[in-house]
Design a protein around this ligand. Structure first.
Ligand code: SF4
Ligand code: SF4
Length: 134
């Protein structure tokens, strides 16, 4: 069973609408859309896919044939520890508590596994210490 986050990159934004339906009906995958962005005539979708390994891989191949590139999210968010001074502004805006104060050191820590790439922390940071690489 796979339960991971992916980025899908579209060159035709109209295709985005049918992705969730296709994942459920054709591949029995449970999708959770975390973020959708239109970029010109294309766009990106950040979503979680939960389903059988073989079905997720089949779905990725299926979408690739339609020109939709799917990549697993890994090191999609980076924080520059030199620029960060633990002010906590990002902590208060993070919807998934992926940014939090360490209770012992009071330093701000980042838990990449739960980050949904919403981007809220980026605009909240006064030193531009956080970057999303989507
Ligand atoms: S992008 Fe930033 S605010 Fe959004 S979930 Fe990830 S760490 Fe939290
Ligand atoms: S808002 Fe920026 S400087 Fe402040 S704790 Fe977060 S990453 Fe560090």
């Amino acid at each position: 069973m796979i339960d991971k986050k992916y980025k899908m990159k579209f060159t035709d934004a109209t295709l985005q609408d049918s992705v969730a339906y296709t994942l459920v009906s054709r591949f029995n995958i449970e999708p959770s859309i975390l973020r959708a962005e239109i970029e010109g005539s294309g766009g990106i979708l950040i979503l979680k896919m939960k389903g059988e390994d073989s079905k997720v891989n089949e779905a990725i191949d299926f979408f690739a044939e339609q020109g939709i590139e799917t990549t697993e999210l890994g090191d999609h968010i980076l924080r520059d520890d030199v620029k960060c001074y633990d002010c906590g502004s990002c902590v208060s805006v993070c919807p998934t508590r992926s940014l939090y104060h360490d209770p012992v050191t009071f330093e701000v820590e980042l838990k990449i596994q739960t980050c949904v790439a919403c981007g809220a922390c980026i605009s909240a940071c006064p030193t531009n210490a956080i970057k999303l690489t989507l």
